[in-house]
Design a protein. Structure first.
Lengths: 112, 120
């Protein structure tokens, strides 16, 4: 089946790194995504990784993929107050190429 | 970058009335658009896939007669909540797939800013 799981909350101190974790069940997933949702807004695509990659870095964002364990993580370096949001992990299974399956979202809060 | 515009951003309606929500892709043609529903503190639930020029594909448990989807052009899909009831109050988000530039490139999914529907 298709299932994506994330922890619901994460609290980090401003300036520290945030690591948001995600597990998925469909090993045939072609792409895995991280989306950001600010209050009352839609989803913004932050980054994505193709399933044959282990890591992708984009400025403060680092995505790590462990395909064997079906584990995806998003690391945000030097976390700022503007990073406060809900972060959704999502997968695009090869079995349903047009659909994206979302996790429950991790609410990231920043403390001073 | 690609932008998806969703309108209105919020709407309050009386029980029994119908509400139409528009989703437009502003700088690309979207043959496929998706409609999601998001409950408070929950993830997005895919309601239906909207295909230009053909009938929408609804997910299991979603009433197609209640949530009417029309995708009349390559840049516009509409969701009409018919005979709305308080339990239909939710945050509705549309998304559109930007066509891939080649077979290798991932075709990104862009989201609208959502519509907050409150039915009184």
């Amino acid at each position: 089946g298709e299932d994506v799981e994330q922890s619901l909350f994460l609290s980090v101190r401003e300036g520290d790194s945030s690591v948001i974790n995600c597990t998925y069940t469909d090993s045939s997933s072609t792409y895995l995504y991280w989306y950001k949702q600010e209050p009352g807004a839609g989803l913004q695509l932050l980054t994505y990784i193709f399933s044959n990659m282990d890591m992708k870095q984009d400025q403060r964002l680092t995505v790590l993929l462990n395909k064997k364990d079906k584990h995806l993580s998003l690391r945000i370096a030097d976390t700022q107050t503007g990073d406060s949001a809900i972060y959704f992990c999502a997968e695009r299974p090869i079995s349903s190429a047009s659909k994206i399956i979302f996790g429950s979202g991790t609410r990231l809060s920043i403390r001073p | 970058g690609a932008v998806v515009s969703q309108h209105p951003s919020w709407v309050i309606c009386k029980s029994g009335t119908s509400v139409k929500i528009e989703c437009r892709s502003l700088d690309f043609q979207a043959t496929t658009m998706f409609w999601y529903r998001q409950f408070p503190k929950q993830s997005l639930m895919l309601m239906a896939t909207s295909n230009e020029g053909s009938k929408a594909t609804y997910e299991q448990g979603v009433e197609k007669d209640k949530f009417l989807i029309n995708h009349a052009s390559l840049t516009l899909s509409t969701l009409t909540v018919t005979s709305a009831h308080p339990e239909d109050s939710s945050f509705y988000i549309c998304s559109a797939r930007e066509p891939a530039r080649d077979i290798i490139t991932n075709s990104p999914l862009h989201f609208g800013n959502g519509t907050r529907l409150t039915v009184t």
